[in-house]
Design a protein around this ligand. Structure first.
Ligand SMILES: Nc1nc2c(ncn2[C@@H]2O[C@H](COP(=O)(O)OP(=O)(O)OP(=O)(O)O)[C@@H](O)[C@H]2O)c(=O)[nH]1
Ligand SMILES: [Mg+2]
Length: 543
């Protein structure tokens, strides 16, 4: 097994952070504590600078930052001038791979001021500085006035800040109170050099360095490395270069150590994410079973049966014999009795009054409980602990909201019961017609009877054969009305069964929606978290 290179460490730490975000709230906190510690330690500095080791040359104008920068890069990259200040914007030189764009953007180094040392060209000479980003900053005074916050951020990011002082100004009170003492909290990453040491006699160099050390103690910077350098002659920039080399090496070592920490955490967490979760999604069959249980508990069969009876009720009211129609109207509509079935504006925001569908019976509630458990167990089957329990809990997480959600879904559903079929109207019209014929026959017969009773001469009237037309109308009308009712009956039964089936289907769809929202969605969320965390763990492992 090949160990992953230090350059991968930032990405691996990020992956670990992703993993923690994904499982947040799902796994017990103490199980994640080690991973959190590793991620917290790595911090923003690692995210940005990654495998790079950032060293900044800072100091007052004219101290020789650019000269040292050029001496260290062995190239004339940053202009050195007599006019002060010379360096207006930061310059950067990168040793090794050029993937520092984001970092240099953040540091505000313009693209035209970014340089690279190609180790291929330099052979092994520059290998020891591979990963170093050396920054030549503008003089600190000008930076500080406008960008104190930026400077603080920068100093919290860099691996080392080299304060460049010169023999003339090293004891300047302003230099100490304005710069050095201000940044004493960064003493762990601070080095001070007395540059331009070639301008002093060797004995004076030692004296000045000692003096400087004493002043630094007063600045709160006791213990920071202090030594003399020169950009042009003895003692040269070599001491500084060696310090940079050891910083780069330490940086690599730090990355390797973080990499090792990540390895440990990955090995610790791996058993939690053994199998892939893709095959453990919620399958259709389980959802159907749950939908069935919810439909029963929500009263779908009751409503569908009421719809069947309501159809019959309304159809008889529309096509029956006028007298039975009238009697029908005195009886309540079965659907309305449940406060259902009226056409609704499908305004989702409008609260819908609860229905009068009876609440679920204990057996139905138990069936829902079983279906929830079955769904949860199936979705979590084969996953390592504690995921099955987490998924089961997710399946049950909204169980208390189910009764209200089902009732609202049923109340909101369009049952399609408002339509009056054309045949109702035709047959209804026919019923009126034959009833009218019977009525005309009856009235005619009544008039004839009155004439007869008063002894008046018999009214002439058409006959059908030997039977008077009035009798034919009365009897024929009544018989025809009866016949129409008899013929309509199976049609009504058929229509009622269809209405029942339709309502059943529509309500099942509405109930399935509830199952998806309140049961499947929370389970899927956990499964996604598992899958996300698993893929993040793979990245974090660096393989
Ligand atoms: N003798 C000697 N002169 C130096 C040394 N370092 C820098 N100088 C001179 O000091 C002057 C300022 O040097 P720079 O490197 O431009 O100084 P800087 O700190 O970059 O200044 P700013 O960019 O203005 O902040 C130049 O004339 C350099 O030639 C050194 O070690 N010895
Ligand atoms: Mg400069």
């Amino acid at each position: 097994m090949k160990a992953s290179p230090p350059s991968d460490v930032p990405e691996r730490v990020n992956a670990l952070r992703r993993l923690l975000r994904a499982v947040d709230g799902h796994l017990p906190e103490q199980r994640l504590a080690a991973a959190r510690t590793v991620v917290d330690h790595a911090g923003e500095r690692l995210r940005l600078s990654g495998e790079h080791c950032v060293v900044a040359l800072a100091g007052a104008t004219g101290s020789g930052k650019s000269s040292l920068f050029n001496a260290l890069t062995r190239l004339q990259l940053s202009p050195v001038g007599v006019r002060r200040p010379t360096t207006g914007v930061a310059h950067a030189c990168v040793w090794g791979p050029d993937n520092s764009g984001e970092l240099l953007d953040w540091l505000g180094v313009p693209p035209s001021r970014r340089f690279r040392r190609e180790s291929a060209l330099d052979g092994d000479d520059e290998r020891t500085l591979r990963g170093l980003i050396l920054l030549d900053l503008p003089d600190f005074d000008s930076v500080e006035q406008s960008h104190r916050v930026e400077v603080d951020r920068l100093l919290s990011l860099v691996d080392l800040v080299v304060w460049v002082l010169d023999p003339q100004k090293y004891a300047d009170r302003v230099v100490h109170t304005q710069y050095l003492a201000q940044f004493s909290e960064h003493r762990d990453v601070t080095v001070v050099v007395l540059n331009q040491a070639d301008r002093l006699q060797p004995a004076d160099v030692t004296r000045c360095v000692d003096d400087l050390k004493r002043l630094l103690v007063a600045d709160g910077l006791d213990g920071v490395p202090v030594f003399a350098t020169s950009a042009v002659e003895r003692p040269g920039a070599l001491p500084l270069r060696e310090l940079l080399e050891s910083t780069v090496a330490k940086r690599q070592a730090a990355l390797l150590r973080i990499g090792g920490d990540v390895d440990g955490v990955v090995a610790d967490l791996a058993p939690l994410f053994e199998p892939e979760a893709a095959e453990h999604t919620v399958d259709r069959e389980t959802v159907e079973t749950l939908t069935g249980a919810l439909a029963a508990a929500g009263g779908v069969p009751v409503v569908a049966d009421a719809a069947r009876r309501a159809y019959t009720h309304r159809a008889v009211g529309a096509v029956g014999w006028p007298v039975s129609r009238w009697l029908r109207r005195l009886r309540p509509d079965p659907l309305r009795r449940l406060r259902l079935g009226d056409a609704k504006e499908s305004d989702e925001k409008e609260p819908i009054a609860a229905t009068s569908v009876p609440p679920a019976a204990p057996a139905e509630r138990a069936a829902v409980g079983l279906a929830l458990r079955a769904l949860g167990e199936r979705a979590g089957a084969g996953l390592p602990d504690p995921w099955p329990a987490v998924i089961l809990a997710a399946a049950r997480s909204r169980a208390d909201d189910l009764p209200d959600a089902l009732d609202t879904a049923i109340a909101r559903a369009d049952l399609g019961m408002d339509r009056r079929p054309l045949w109702w109207r035709l047959v209804g019209g026919l019923q009126w017609l034959v009833a009218l014929a019977a009525l005309v026959g009856l009235l005619w017969l009544a008039v004839r009877y009155v004439f007869f009773a008063l002894g008046l001469p018999e009214l002439p009237g058409p006959h059908v054969g030997r039977v008077p037309l009035a009798t034919v109308l009365l009897v024929g009308g009544l018989v025809a009305g009866l016949l129409v009712s008899i013929v309509a009956r199976p049609l009504i039964r058929f229509g009622a069964r269809r209405a029942q089936a339709r309502v059943q289907n529509r309500l099942r769809t509405a109930v399935k929606e509830v199952a998806r929202d309140l049961v499947v969605a929370p389970v899927r969320e956990v499964l996604h978290a598992y899958a996300d965390a698993r893929s993040a763990l793979h990245t974090a492992s660096g393989r």
